[in-house]
Design a protein around this ligand. Structure first.
Ligand code: MG
Ligand code: MG
Length: 275
């Protein structure tokens, strides 16, 4: 296991990579984009690919022996298996639809797993200039200031954050909207940021109280945010209430007061039955 000093160094290198990629995103944000379709709804731009190349080259220069899983590399070559090796898991641009529309919820997400455990995380929104960071055992921060998950204990006063995902077959859309229909009667309101990494960070800094998402793109959407939530005193788990599996494309997050109430509500909404 890496010691605290090397974890801080991993974070510093990841922050440098995220800031350089963020510069590319900021420059591209107001320009006309060349958009390709990855799926019916899923988009990819030159910026996604340029940022992934930049981040991987940066990390590889410092840590040639580490493993790498990136969204765009995986789209081209298939997702690599996660091993116990130190592994950098990168979403070079989370919120590509937002990016294309000029909606300012876009970010770079970089997570490092060691022994498959999320250990270092960076989520950087270059448009709003918000840098979220977390290191296992050393806390979570927004632009260098410590952050904490909310202390809300009542569902009815809680703000829920979720996404509708990119699948548009009827059964997936029905499952997502039925879940929302069921949960909306129990919580204060609902937000969709269009970036799961930023939604996790909204839990970490107490802007939102409840997060659930099943069927997102891959581990790169959650690898950076998961450790930030945990280090902010929040909980990250499977929507069924069981252990979080970074490779499962299922995630829920909240604080310790709300976890049981939230998992009961998720169970009643039927969402936990989804694959
Ligand atoms: Mg992406
Ligand atoms: Mg993403």
């Amino acid at each position: 296991m890496a010691d605290n000093g090397s974890l801080s160094e991993f974070l510093a290198v990841a922050v440098d990579a995220a800031k350089s990629a963020g510069e590319i995103i900021r420059k591209g944000f107001h320009e006309k984009k060349n958009v390709e379709h990855k799926g019916q709804v899923d988009l990819v731009t030159e910026t996604d690919k340029a940022c992934e190349d930049l981040i991987f080259n940066h990390l590889k220069k410092y840590y040639p022996e580490h493993k790498f899983i990136g969204e765009e590399t995986s789209a081209a070559c298939g997702t690599s298996e996660l091993t116990d090796h130190p592994t950098w898991i990168v979403d070079p641009l989370d919120g590509t639809i937002n990016f294309v529309h000029g909606y300012p919820f876009v970010c770079v997400s970089i997570g490092l797993t060691i022994g498959k455990v999320p250990t270092v995380g960076v989520v950087y929104n270059p448009i709003l200039n918000e840098l979220f960071t977390g290191i296992r055992g050393q806390g979570a921060f927004l632009n260098g200031d410590p952050i904490k998950a909310s202390s809300q204990s009542e569902l009815v006063k809680s703000l829920l954050v979720t996404e509708v995902g990119s699948e548009r077959d009827k059964s997936t859309v029905d499952a997502a909207t039925n879940e929302i229909n069921s949960l909306l009667f129990k919580v204060r309101s609902l937000r969709m940021n269009g970036s799961l990494a930023l939604s996790l960070c909204s839990i970490a800094c107490g802007r939102t109280d409840l997060l659930c998402m099943i069927g997102f793109g891959g581990p790169w959407d959650v690898a950076g945010g998961a450790i930030i939530v945990q280090e902010a005193g929040g909980l990250v788990f499977d929507p069924s209430g069981g252990d979080f599996d970074i490779m499962s494309q299922r995630v829920a997050a909240t604080n310790a007061h709300l976890k049981d109430l939230f998992t009961d509500a998720l169970m009643e909404s039927g969402i936990t039955q989804q694959p």
